[in-house]
Ligand binder design. Structure first.
Ligand code: NDP
Length: 256
């Protein structure tokens, strides 16, 4: 099991799919983080049931945070709440996992579909990083020990956002809004990696594989348990040279 060191972690979109499994594996690991913040847009709704049960099992570890990443006010409020709960004001790992898929073909794609995906998959992560930056910067000033590294931002992206890989992947699905949104997320990753180098904050994009979730569908070859454990292994082994890159859940480099 990957060891992130005694750190503080926030995962967006943590009530199902890959996000929920990341929180589960972090909480149940041999060396769990000191605090896990699990973002969920409707903590009282039926879709939060599994996350609430998990949080009840680990009440000292997991805090559920109301967080809709398509709503700037919700992001701001969540940063205020998390800031008030962080033990020493520092957040070590921000995992921008929340994401949506959209239509496949050009004929099905209109302005609303393009904008919806752009808001959730690109604007959301950007605003998350902006509003949580002070806590990441604070983490950069903390002493490192054991497995604890400098602060990291993980943007959960996709190989479908790789422009270079497009000719190979286009046969899987066209998905104009999804591909364009993840390509933009990869660009944010690259830009922010450069901007935050001086702060000692790493920014890396991760492709979780084609995973059996609501988004990935039943025919996906990778189980969510394997994807999440692979991602955590990759995250725990990241070094400064990985900042600004796109890696997959097995640690392979993907050209952006
Ligand atoms: P799921 O559809 O299973 O889960 C998506 C999660 O994101 C849910 O918790 C959902 O919450 C949340 N979410 C969506 N929109 C928002 C929002 N506006 N605010 C807060 N939370 C939100 O997807 P996966 O777990 O498969 O995907 C996770 C990430 O991995 C995504 O970024 C996706 O693009 C990426 N990915 C997935 C692949 C796959 O094959 N599954 C392949 C490549 C990348 P709610 O229940 O409220 O809707």
């Amino acid at each position: 099991m990957a060891d992130l060191g005694c750190c503080t972690v926030l995962v967006t979109g943590a009530n199902r799919g890959i996000g929920l499994e990341l929180v589960r594996q972090l909480a149940e690991s041999k060396h769990p983080p000191s605090q896990i913040f699990a973002g969920c847009r409707d903590p009282e709704g039926p879709r939060a049931k599994a996350l609430k049960e998990l949080a009840q099992k680990h009440p000292k570890l997991i805090t559920i945070i109301r967080l809709d990443t398509s709503d700037p006010a919700s992001i701001k409020e969540s940063s205020r709440v998390v800031g008030s709960k962080l033990a020493n004001g520092s957040l070590d790992v921000l995992i921008n996992n929340a994401g949506i898929n959209g239509p496949n073909t050009l004929q099905e794609t209109g302005m609303k579909e393009m904008m919806d995906l752009y808001i959730t998959n690109v604007v959301g992560p950007l605003l998350m990083i902006k509003d949580f930056l002070p806590f990441l910067q604070k983490a950069a000033t903390q002493p490192r020990s054991g497995a604890r590294k400098g602060p990291m931002i993980i943007n959960v992206s996709s190989v479908l956002g790789s422009i270079e890989k497009c000719p190979e992947t286009i046969n899987i699905a066209v998905m104009y809004p999804y591909r364009a949104s993840k390509a933009a997320l990869n660009m944010l990753t690259r830009c922010m990696a450069v901007e935050f180098e001086k702060d000692g904050i790493m920014v890396t994009a991760l492709h979780p594989g084609w995973v059996k979730t609501e988004l990935g569908g039943k025919e996906a070859p990778v189980a969510v348990v394997d994807s999440a454990s692979g991602m955590l292994r990759v995250i725990s082994s990241l070094t400064a040279k990985d900042s600004g890159t796109l890696l997959d859940w097995e640690g392979n480099s993907i050209p952006c």
